[in-house]
Design a binder for this molecule. Sequence first.
Ligand SMILES: [Zn+2]
Length: 281
Amino acid sequence: MLLSDKYPFLTQYFTNAINEKNRALPQSILFYGSDINAQYILATEIARLLNCKNNRHDECDCLNCRWIRENTHPAVLTISKIDNKPEDDESRTVISIKQSQMIKEMLLSESEFHRVFIFCDRDENGNPSGLNQVNFQAETANSLLKIIEEPQPGVTFIFLTRYIDDLLSTIISRSQCFFVPSFKSNDYNYDCINNIFTDYNNFNRQDIFNISQKLNNLTKEYTITEILDSIQNYILCLLKSNPKEFELINHIKYVEEAKLQAKLGMRSINIFDDLCLKLIN
Ligand SMILES: [Zn+2]
């Protein structure tokens, strides 16, 4: 499946940003959400769009596009506890200060390419996983702040994480943050909220607490996670057919927040009230 089919909204957003002459693309980008692999693919795709010397089509086979697909592009670097370490760097569990210094030194010289640094962690199988304050510690993160915020044409930093709060606020405040929905192992099933929450975009504000109560009644039959997953699946379906509705990405974000509240043990009725207030207007 092509990335532009899977993430039409985000791909379109970045393609527009890259095509615009006044460079609307942020220098520092933060992706968050549970599917780090999807974030990594999206980050690589941005690097490809920025470096392609041809038509930027999905199937483009120019040298830059090929290098990026093979993960051998000289200016598109994954920065993790195991990727792109300087020779004298013995750290194995963190992104190190030495890696940060290496990047700063690289930026002192000109490059014919658009440099993209993708910051992430790796799991035990070597798959991309999310940054947190254990694998990307404050000292290293702070050592990067200057180069992240100083505008430099031809350089983009991309950070991948599960939860925004896993990163230092100094990095968050200097980055544009995007939620990347997960398309993993779900078939967009939303049976359990059918007839209760479908078409929520047509609901009236005066019905909010009534609808919230109906959702809460479902907890007799389903877990709160199942209900929230169903709401999220429904919104993902809407998004698939309305890829330009950026507001829906915010809606998915609100459901993610509700899931977090559920994890923290908040009462279900309060979670649904809060969510309905955000989604229905
Ligand atoms: Zn190309």
